[in-house]
Structure formats: C-alpha cells, structure tokens
Ligand binder design. Sequence first.
Ligand code: BEZ
Length: 255
Amino acid sequence: MTELPQAGHQAWSAPTYVANARFVAELGQDVLAWAEVRQGLRILDLGCGDGALTEKLVEAGGEVVAVDASASMVQAARALGLDARMMSGEALEFDNEFDLVFSNAALHWMTDADAVIAGVHRALVRGGRFVAEFGGHLNVAAIATALRAAATHFGGDPALASPWYFPTPQAHGDRLTNAGFDVARISLIPRPTALPTGMAGWLKTFRQSYFEQYDKNDRDAVVNYIVDALRPSLCDTEGQWTADYVRLRFDATKI
Ligand code: BEZ
C-alpha cells in the first residue's frame, strides 16, 4: 500500500505517532461522548489513525468501518483487529450506509473540505449524524508562525509551514449547511495541550514534509531555530512544552 495524497504530503509512521502523539486519542474523549454510540450503530471512522479511538467505538457497540489515507496507520489499525481501509477522506466511496460519521483530529489534513462534506453526506443515511473534532481557527498559530519565520531564515518555502484547514465555526458551519446538514452544535474550544516529547517530538511527528524541503545536514539547525523561537511562549519554567491547540467540534445531521 502506498500513501494517498493529502495536505502537506505528510507520510505517517504509526510507531512515531504512538511515541509522540498518544495524547491525540486521549483528548478525543469529549467528541466520543458527543457521538452517543449505541449497540448496532453503523459508524464510519473518518481518518482513524492508528485505531485507538476506533476501538472505543467498537467497545461501545458500534459496527465500525475505519478509513485513513496512510498505509502505516491502516496497518496499525488492522493489527488491532479493526476493519480499516485505505481511502482518501476527499473521495469517500460509501453510499447511504452509515448512521454516524465520526472523526477526531483528522479533518484539518483534508483541505478540500467541500469534497469531504459531500462524501460524508452521501455515506450517511437520512437522519444520520456527522460528529467531529479537528483543528479550528487559530490552531497552532504560534507554531505555524515560527515555521514560516524559519523558512524565511533558511531559504525554505513559507507556504509549507501550515498546509492545514483550520476554519472558523461560521465558515465550516456554512459549508455543512450548504451541503444539506442541519448543524445542531458547532464551536471553537481552546485546548492548550501538553506535549509528552516536547516541541521537537511534535515537529518530527506532524511536520515531516516541511523539514524534507531542507538539506538533511540543515534539518537539525532548522528544528533548533523553531524550538528556540517558541520556547518563551510555549515552554514553562519546568521545561514542559504546551501546544497552542484550538479545536472545532460540531454535531450535524443529514437532512
Ligand atoms: C491538531 O491536531 O490540531 C494538529 C495536528 C497536527 C498538525 C496540526 C494540527
């Protein structure tokens, strides 16, 4: 299996992800509660990653199909015994077959939001729900600014700093409404997030494609430049790093 195209051409490594980003699934508990999973609910987990939250959906009684654009992630999810399939969220291949489409920390990688929403709408039965949480407006703003500054300093491309879709509730809500959803709830949730392996671990996990633009011999210097720029804002006096996460969470129903 090869990687399917997605924003920033991020090539995921499930082992690196597990080491540096286990918190992503742990912080998904609130959106999981919004999903209100019950026995027999037919669920599509969109952007399932390594399957950590997919397992929770199954444990709660859901009949879950999980999709992800990363071969490494699909492999990790399958190793948990899950029905995980490699598929782009921007080209979903389902028609009228799910009661719930669930997604955590994945939609910001899918920059063609209208294609995602259209595919989710098609995948749901009438009255089915789309419940998701992802990066919203101002998410990782300080980190993106440091990446842009480093690109300018080291002769890189500042456009590679922030390849994500981080909309406002108004903008994303309008897209959902225009596509035939009734939006019950949508809001931004500031969530400063402690990074267990520091800023360097976060950068290695989530911005790999940004660093690939630099010569191998220069990459450590670029990482150090970014870490030094962010330290006064995002690292406390005990050395604990916190990322400036802002989530957008919503609950919408297919009309
Ligand atoms: C997030 O979960 O908000 C996120 C993860 C990786 C890159 C950017 C944002």
